[in-house]
Design a protein around this ligand. Structure first.
Ligand SMILES: C[S@@+](CC[C@H](N)C(=O)[O-])C[C@H]1O[C@@H](n2cnc3c(N)ncnc32)[C@H](O)[C@@H]1O
Length: 262
């Protein structure tokens, strides 16, 4: 049976966030609704209607998902991004420096918001997000722990969009990773998570990368056992059944509050 280090090395060899952005995240590609439009609206609603506020937000495995940080840019003083792959870390740094060759969110914002004022608001949010990401930290999740610098402070909020299915080949590894994330959050802090339901693979070009297939109830059980109270879940069935390079059946959005250390 596969273990986490085996998947990590597979992702290390193959997963290329910049390529995935061009393959799945552009308007008209199979993933635009599921990976850009829908999660952006969910995160914006939760973060800004409550609103969630604090000093520090930690975001795991963001790489292709920098847009999901835009809604939180005025609510937190600092964002720390954590990933294990140098090229995915560099992608974020290139976007921060506005490298003209890097994937741009401008087109996505223009497609999503027709109103000029609304567009301007999102362009400003992108700009602000660039500046409040103060650290991009190289750290790897393993079965044992998250190998992050011990100096990393506990956060007021955790983001984990579309992250865990890619590195946890078993339910045990999934549970360990949620516990590891929980340890990085203050009691009373919040976690926002997107999980693919029913996925076993996705294609990057001609290469098939494995995904951990999990159901809604199992995700809820794991999160509850890791010290969280679940405040909201939303299940969204995939909108594009013809999109054959990725076999997920639904996307689960989960919003939880940490009530105790585990
Ligand atoms: C599919 S991407 C995340 C998608 C993105 N968050 C989004 O919203 O579109 C998975 C991320 O997890 C990172 N990753 C995979 N295995 C990891 C591990 N063992 N430890 C830390 N990061 C890992 C990858 O480098 C990649 O950036």
């Amino acid at each position: 049976m596969a273990n986490m280090s085996c998947w990590t090395s597979l992702y290390g060899d193959w997963f290329d966030a910049e390529r995935i952005l061009f393959e799945y995240f552009t308007m008209g590609s199979g993933g635009f609704h599921d990976a850009v439009a829908q999660p952006l609206q969910q995160v914006d609603r939760v973060v800004n209607s409550i609103p969630l506020k604090g000093d520090l937000l930690i975001a795991y495995g963001i790489s292709t998902g920098t847009h999901l940080l835009f809604p939180a840019c005025n609510n937190f003083k600092e964002i720390i991004v954590v990933d294990f792959l140098d090229r995915n870390i560099q992608l974020i740094e290139k976007w921060q420096k506005k490298d003209p060759k890097t994937f741009s969110w401008k087109r996505a914002i223009e497609c999503l918001y027709e109103n000029e004022e609304e567009r301007e608001k999102w362009f400003e949010r992108e700009e602000k997000t660039r500046t409040i990401i103060k650290q991009v930290v190289r750290a790897e999740f393993t079965e044992e722990a998250m190998h992050a610098p011990p100096s990393l402070p506990q956060a007021d909020c955790l983001f984990s969009p579309f992250f865990l299915n890619h590195l946890c080949p078993t339910k045990e590894a999934f549970a360990t990773s949620v516990k590891n994330m929980s340890s990085m959050l203050k009691v009373g802090g919040h976690m926002l998570m997107h999980v693919f339901i029913g996925a076993t693979f996705f294609m990057q070009g001609n290469f098939k990368l494995p995904m951990f297939c999990i159901d809604e109830e199992s995700v809820k059980k794991v999160v509850s056992k890791s010290g969280f109270v679940i405040l909201e879940t939303e299940m969204n069935k995939r909108v594009n059944p013809k999109f054959s390079t990725f076999d997920f059946t639904a996307i689960m959005f989960l919003f939880a509050c940490k009530e105790r250390d585990v």
